[in-house]
Design a protein around this ligand. Sequence first.
Ligand SMILES: Nc1ncnc2c1ncn2[C@@H]1O[C@H](COP(=O)(O)OP(=O)(O)O)[C@@H](O)[C@H]1O
Ligand SMILES: [Mg+2]
Length: 240
Amino acid sequence: MSAAQGELLTVDGVVAGYGAAEQILKGTSLKVAPGEIVSIIGPNGAGKSTLLKTIAGLVQARDGTIRLKGGDVTRENALGRAKAGIGFVPQERNVFGAMTVAENLEISGFQEPGKVGARAEELYARYPMLAEKRKALARTLSGGQRQILAMAMGLMNAPALLLLDEPTAGLSPKAADELFDAIVALNKGGLPILMVEQHALEALQISTRGYVLVSGRNSREGAGPALATDPEIRRLFLGG
Ligand SMILES: Nc1ncnc2c1ncn2[C@@H]1O[C@H](COP(=O)(O)OP(=O)(O)O)[C@@H](O)[C@H]1O
Ligand SMILES: [Mg+2]
């Protein structure tokens, strides 16, 4: 088996941005292999969210390639990427507050409408809190509950890879720990995960591998726990 066949996601030299000229990603590369949790860390404004959006097809790459399971998806739009198996949970506004938990799940299962009922039941079994709250409006959930709902929405299309943008942002330390536990449990069930995290050291500790992104360029990369104990990384992210 060639290396490429053993890779789930391959991002190679991606250039992307928002305005006509401005480049945010300046030739970024990364890989996710089956079974991995991979974390992207880096300073504010480094382009981490832009990278996830470019992988999800919400921002178009101007150069470079994005491959999923060996297939080139660089020119696919967001729907095409979702069909190819990329699930994306954005950092903000990731649930519909005026809709119930059940409705949020239903509208998220757009790929296979015939499977919506069964998928929602699976998710209620996995996350009993969602079952208890299925008739509650999403805006009444706590921050941690809302992130579980957002993640469950991302699972409604049974993705091959789940992208999470700062899943623990704004959560209490206890809620953040619980969410990290939920992420690890999902991954142990076989789902590869690529996440951006501000809680960099905690994220690296549960990650197979990590990448440090600085100013739209790859900086450091390595095994998650090794990066988490690396003095330079600790100085950057603990300010010590
Ligand atoms: N929708 C947008 N339009 C224009 N510029 C944007 C947009 N979103 C982000 N940016 C800019 O892109 C850069 C990287 O942002 P982002 O990817 O959100 O960084 P990070 O997630 O690492 O904090 C920042 O300079 C930000 O201001
Ligand atoms: Mg961001």
